[in-house]
Unconditional design. Structure first.
Length: 467
């Protein structure tokens, strides 16, 4: 399998630390609000990555955190605590907010056929682990106390900007104009490991620590939760591109300073879904959620299909027109699949051959659109119905588009089914004519005629109508 690695900026062969086993980590959501469909684009593509690894024979253990403490409105340790902001907005406690939005996130993921990671761990579960890591960082001289907070000292590292291209100006990303710089920091990019003398006096969640009552910074959770469940070596770490700096850069800094060796080999970053006005945001206008799409009559799986049509390393623009188009294509595809006749013996050798082909195609840097193209190739092939069904079912392990699940997706009901059936027959006739099997071509025309469908060969292709 090949994956683009943000650390080396190259597509590389994926070779895990322990042969055959993959330690995979995903930065989870900050549960102060619903996830928007941009966030979910990242989780869909990470889900496909996990399933592609499994499809290629790897034994994957995937861990995800839930950020329920420590994430401030600026990624650079300033601004208001996001969780507190959510709690105030809804007149609830931070823990109530965390529970409500964690459940909402899990339910969105289920609707999008995103598999739940093997381990899902809220940050607030792991305070002793955070304290331990911070103590070690202090002992090793990578951390210091200033203004009662504990900071990571980025000047102690040989190279801090591991993803390249960043300059100190990058710290401005996400920093609001009204946020003042933290003067306790020795270096501009130092980051908080533990807040003790918090300027947020109404901070709801606080824990005792060797440095006084306080709460953890945002970045420490992913290093600790990752190590707690996956050990000191991680194979692949995922997140949206905005996580690259400062979050992932800081995760690497503290994890490698802690363990004294390289931590994670491959970094997988999903590019953003934007709306037509630019960046997708939770505070701007109509906030695009899975529930909103459902209210508007869209099938969440059609959104998954929309996401799979594009490569994860390209920004994607969302519009209802684009989603309408994807929905129509998805319905047509699904109806085509559902109308495959259940006939013939499954040819296992063919299933295996296509499995290999699909594993290589999608395994080439999670090329989902090429995977979908392969699906159409199966539909067009001259394999018998049951073999086609078996292959598509196998592909759908990765794509998770419910292609063989007959349900309300064909809301157009009988009409859609008829269209799919006729189109499949027309395709079959085309193939027969190509193979000069005119007898079969005529038989298909007659079969359609017996069902009241007339087909006509025109210069623009085959047209059909009801008699
Ligand atoms: P958050 O809940 O803000 O911590 O974000 C959850 C995940 O969504 C992170 O991996 C982010 O990098 C990712 N993310 C944030 N905005 C977008 C977007 N517009 N498109 C894709 N992924 C995003
Ligand atoms: Zn993280």
């Amino acid at each position: 399998m090949y994956i683009y690695n943000s650390l080396t900026k190259k597509v590389e062969e994926f070779v895990p630390h322990t042969p055959g086993k993959v330690a995979m980590y995903t930065c989870g959501p900050t549960v102060y609000h619903f996830a928007h469909i941009g966030n979910l684009r990242s989780y869909i593509m990470e889900d496909v990555l996990e399933k592609t690894l499994r499809y290629n024979g790897f034994d994957v253990k995937r861990v995800m955190n839930i950020t329920d403490v420590g994430h401030l409105s600026s990624d650079a340790d300033s601004g208001e605590d996001k969780m507190l902001k959510g709690a105030k907005r809804e007149h609830k406690s931070v823990m109530e907010i965390a529970k409500y939005y964690t459940d909402a996130f899990m339910s969105d993921c289920a609707k999008l056929n995103i598999k739940t990671p093997d381990v899902v761990e809220p940050a607030t579960n792991c305070i002793p682990e955070f304290i331990h890591m911070i103590e070690v960082l202090l002992e090793k001289g990578y951390a210091y106390k200033a203004g009662e907070n504990i900071y990571f000292d980025t000047s102690k590292l040989e190279s801090y900007y591991v993803f390249g291209n960043q300059s100190s100006d990058d710290l401005k990303i996400g920093v609001r104009d009204d946020v003042t710089e933290d003067t306790n920091k020795r270096n501009k990019n130092d980051f908080v490991l533990w807040f003790t003398k918090s300027k947020f006096e109404d901070q709801a969640l606080k824990w005792d620590s060797p440095w006084g009552v306080g709460y953890p910074g945002w970045h420490i959770e992913c290093s600790c939760i990752g190590m707690k469940h996956l050990g000191e070596y991680m194979d692949i770490h995922c997140g949206g591109v905005d996580n690259m700096f400062p979050h992932h850069t800081n995760e690497i800094a503290q994890s490698e300073a802690f363990s004294g060796h390289k931590w994670c080999k491959y970094w997988f970053h999903v590019h953003h879904l934007n709306d037509e006005s630019g960046k997708m945001s939770k505070s701007k206008g109509e906030f695009l959620t899975v529930s909103l799409l459902e209210e508007k009559g869209y099938d969440p799986i059609a959104y998954r299909f929309f996401a799979l049509l594009s490569h994860y390393r390209k920004p994607l623009t969302f519009s209802y027109d684009a989603l309408d188009q994807a929905t129509a294509t998805y319905k047509k595809l699904k109806n085509k699949v559902l109308s495959i006749p259940e006939e013939g013996e499954v040819d296992e050798s063919k299933v295996e051959e296509w499995h290999k082909n699909f594993a290589e195609t999608v395994g080439n840097d999670v090329n989902t659109s090429m995977g979908i193209t392969l699906l159409y190739d199966v539909l067009k092939s001259d394999l018998n119905g049951n073999t086609k069904r078996a292959i598509i079912d196998d592909f759908d392990y990765v794509l998770s588009l419910d292609l063989l699940k007959a349900d309300e997706a064909s809301e157009g009901g009988e009409e859609d089914e008829l269209t799919a059936y006729v189109e499949a027959k027309i395709e079959e006739r085309k193939q027969a004519k190509k193979a000069k099997d005119f007898e079969k071509a005529d038989a298909i025309r007659n079969e359609l005629l017996s069902k009241g469908i007339v087909i006509e060969d025109t210069r623009e292709g085959v047209k059909w109508k009801r008699q």
